[in-house]
Design a protein around this ligand. Structure first.
Ligand code: NAX
Length: 328
């Protein structure tokens, strides 16, 4: 049988953690034949550590056959020791009266510390997914804080946006989500992201031709996907949690186990493709194989798409400029 993989999860006592940990331990992320060891990080605060213990008690009570070990941590230097996968979920939420700039700075500090800890103690092949917002910029900061790890190991979660877009397109066309291929989301995990179904197909037929409504794209689809997080908060009184956890599972599973030629979306450091400056943590269409992702090349970027991509790129560059003094 396979030797266990070590998975660190930060913010493990939070909302997303509560949906995520059980699915990782159940084999939904790394495979039903892959034992896992969970290394769980929470802030040192007594209440958070106690809540984490409670979650671990429940995980124990599931008696997951694939769970080969589980530890609680308040220091990333021990939480990240020898890990193969890091799910960086914990982040500083926006408090009352907090400006966007304060939020960026508070998170820049967290992800600098965690990037350095990954650099020092994680497996050299560690796969890092940042979920905590602002996800792209946090992933960028962690990457910059870990100069001894390959930049390509750092990714940000755009998969929830991707899945939201898939479900909207499925509803509009009356097709099954499982049959829709070649959809992608460009840019920042924020309302500026650009969900793009121009290349999407169902059994080879063009989704764009099926929909054939540019007004729907611009006035309904993009705002619906872009503001979905706010709509969930409005309806549920809490932000997306189970769907975010599900997207994190999808992201890592596809990265590790491959997409068999199918497209998905990952936030990854740009290699300069499509004119996105190198190093920018940007949502791209990718395929994955043997634990590596590859950007889908050769797609035509029309004028409308270029405009949308420029808007989300500009936002990312402003976020990065806001924390430049902290990251160097
Ligand atoms: P919660 O507030 O329920 O949980 C966050 C947990 O992280 C808390 O228990 C907190 O103590 C812990 N934490 C904070 N700082 C930490 C640190 N430095 N080290 C370890 N743990 C730390 O939030 P939740 O609803 O679980 O959301 C977590 C993050 O995901 C938020 O930043 C949220 O904005 C972000 N999201 C990102 C999404 C994406 O698509 N990329 C979608 C869902 C979600 O909104």
């Amino acid at each position: 049988s396979k030797s266990p993989m070590r998975v660190a999860v930060t913010g493990a006592a939070g909302q997303i953690g509560y949906s995520l940990l059980f699915r990782i331990a159940n084999g939904d992320m790394l495979g039903k034949d892959q034992p896992v060891i969970l290394q769980l990080l929470e802030i040192p605060d007594e209440k958070a550590q106690k809540a984490l213990k409670g979650v671990m008690m429940e995980i124990d009570d599931c008696a997951f056959p694939l769970l080969a070990g589980m530890t609680a941590h308040s220091d990333p230097m021990t939480a990240f020791k020898d890990i193969d996968v890091a799910l960086l979920v914990g982040a500083r939420p926006r408090g009352p009266g907090m400006e966007r700039k304060d939020l960026l700075e508070a998170n820049a500090q967290i992800f600098t510390v965690q990037g350095k800890a990954l650099d020092a103690v994680a497996s050299r092949n560690v796969k890092v997914l940042v979920v905590g917002n602002p996800a792209n910029t946090n992933a960028y900061i962690a990457m910059k804080s870990a100069p001894n790890l390959p930049s390509k190991n750092f990714t940000a979660m755009l998969r929830l946006d991707h899945n939201r877009a898939l479900s909207q397109v499925a509803a509009k066309t009356g097709k099954a989500v499982a049959d829709i291929e070649k959809l992608c989301v460009w840019g920042n995990h924020s309302p500026t992201m650009y969900a793009d179904y121009r290349f999407a197909t169902v059994a080879g037929a063009s989704v764009k031709d099926m929909i054939n409504d540019q007004e729907w794209n611009k006035d309904v689809f993009l705002p619906t996907v872009g503001k979905r997080g706010a709509a969930i908060i409005e309806a549920r009184g809490l932000s997306s949690a189970a769907s975010a956890a599900n997207a994190a599972i999808d992201h890592v599973r596809d990265w590790v186990l491959g997409t068999s030629g199918k497209w998905t979306t990952m936030g990854i450091p740009s290699d300069g493709s499509y004119g996105i400056p190198e190093g920018t943590m940007f949502g791209f269409p990718v395929t994955t194989e043997n634990g590596e992702y590859t950007i889908v090349q050769g797609l035509e970027i029309d004028e409308f798409s270029r405009e949308r991509i420029n808007v989300t790129l500009k936002e990312l560059q402003e976020e990065r400029d806001g924390v430049k003094h902290l990251v160097g």
